[in-house]
Design a binder for this molecule. Structure first.
Ligand code: SAM
Length: 453
């Protein structure tokens, strides 16, 4: 029997309790860990080292779920769907600590047992104790050697297991990387790590050097606006609170910048961001538009996300339109269009801990249709000589190169230009598109292609 929160043992560790409750929200109501946890930490006044521990345990457990479940199934000798959900959350949390942290086995097991005993009593606590003790008898490598497909028979399956990715996503990465096993291993390993926080210094408001000084960070490798934050809560920085800076992956910054630096003769200053919510790229593009004397139309289909854009572009030359970008009613003739298309997000899995276990190949099939329709409309809205930058935070060829090839095939008047000229980074491959990678560039796996009419 589950006890109510009021009757729970007050002695349970608050950091682990927050991690458990977040994992439960993710499992039961499809919540997003990175939205639930920060709010919970604030409400429960969990700060400092406890907050850091709760964050590490929650995101790490969510990211590694498939690997942890395979180990739990082997140790418990029963399938996951025969384990009570609340017990499973605590087993995952305990297994993560045992396999992937330096927390001692005794602490990992006893705090997990406390968590479950306070809610569900002695019986389930005994089960958790037995399973976690069994897991603690081997380290991660030994479990992987025992449970993963063999390297000789199924290299991709082995790497997918080892770096906690669903098999189909490892196949997509392998495909996008052109079949190199070394590259695949590096990509999956980088995607399995806690990602660094990147800040964007919005041009005309603060420079990257000033932001680096104010935040104790380092200026980015590629984006002239990027700062790598070494730690701490970005929301504590004055520059972020004042809207001069924001949290934004360096790859996203490079995409936003690319649309502003493409060669467009006689730019009349009509710029469009077709899928703008929540406004990260719109804020960067609009800050540059402000300097260049241009104006940005930002289209977004969701009311809530349009509100988020309005907040982040206040005081910048932007008109926000709530509309389906395939039929927005805006007049053609844009000089520059950013189409940051809705996508599977397979390129930013490291920043969305549970996402890899939720996505399915069917999501991709649906999105591809929308992406083609949006790109077709982008070309209709573009003036001759203007440039569309098409981007996704996904390296999935179906969402990237295949969308471009398909739409180009239907528009002989459109040429693909070399996007490498628009991105100040190295290791950009053969072009004409750009595919960034966490293991090569330290960015999310953003894709961009540039088309001119
Ligand atoms: C990848 S996100 C854009 C991220 C954004 N550019 C940023 O940097 O913050 C895609 C956005 O497109 C929106 N969207 C989806 N379908 C749309 C449509 N048909 N028309 C306009 N926006 C759409 C989604 O709601 C989502 O906010």
């Amino acid at each position: 029997m589950k006890r109510s929160p009021e009757t729970r043992d007050k002695a349970v560790d608050p950091a682990r309790a927050a991690a458990r409750d977040t994992l439960r929200a993710v499992r039961e109501r499809d919540a997003y860990a990175n939205l639930v946890l920060p709010k919970m930490l604030r409400e429960r006044r969990i700060t400092g080292r406890d907050a850091a521990l709760a964050t590490e345990l929650t995101y790490g457990t969510a990211r590694a779920q498939g690997l942890l479940d395979a180990v739990i199934v082997a140790a418990a000798n029963r399938p996951v769907d025969e384990i009570d959900g609340a017990v499973l959350d605590v087993l995952r949390l305990g297994a993560y600590q045992l396999l992937r942290t330096r927390i001692g086995a005794h602490a990992a097991v006893s705090t997990s047992v406390d968590l479950i005993r306070s809610e569900m009593g002695m019986g389930p606590a005994g089960f958790v104790n037995a399973v976690l003790r069994k897991i603690s008898q081997r380290d991660e490598d030994l479990w992987v050697d025992q449970l993963a497909p063999s390297i000789a028979d199924d290299l991709v399956g082995n790497l997918a297991f080892r770096y906690a990715h669903p098999r189909w996503i490892a196949d997509v990465f392998a495909d996008a990387l052109g079949g190199s096993a070394g590259q695949l291993q590096a990509a999956l390993a980088a995607d399995d790590e806690r990602p660094p926080v990147h800040l964007v210094a919005r041009p005309g408001m603060i420079t990257a050097e000033e932001l680096a000084l104010a935040s104790g960070g380092d200026v980015g490798r590629y984006s002239p606006y990027c700062v790598y934050l070494p730690g701490g809560d970005p929301g504590d920085l004055d520059a972020v609170r004042d809207g001069w800076a924001g949290v934004q992956d360096e790859g996203s910054q490079l995409v936003g910048r690319a649309v502003t630096v493409a060669d467009v003769t006689d730019d009349s200053g009509r710029w469009l961001d077709m899928c703008a919510g929540p406004g990260g790229k719109a804020a960067l593009v609009a800050a540059i538009a402000d300097i260049d004397g241009a104006r940005l139309d930002a289209v977004e289909v969701s009311d809530h996300r349009a509100d988020l854009i309005r907040k982040v572009v206040a005081d910048l030359p932007v008109d926000v339109h709530v509309a389906d970008a395939r039929a927005s009613g805006l007049a053609p003739g844009y000089d520059r269009i950013l189409l940051d298309a809705p996508c599977s997000g397979l390129g930013s899995l490291r920043r969305r801990p549970e996402a890899r276990w939720r996505r399915t190949p069917a999501d991709v099939a649906e999105l591809v249709v929308l992406q083609r329709e949006l790109l077709t409309e982008a070309l209709r809205l573009l003036r001759p000589g203007g440039v569309v930058v098409y981007s996704t935070c996904s390296p999935h060829p179906a969402e990237t190169t295949e969308v471009i090839a398909d739409v180009l095939g239907q528009h002989p008047e459109v040429e693909q230009i070399d996007a490498r000229q628009l991105v100040p980074a190295d290791h950009l491959g053969d072009g004409p598109h750009v595919q960034l990678w966490p293991h090569i560039h330290g960015t999310d796996a953003m894709f961009l292609a540039a088309l001119r009419r």
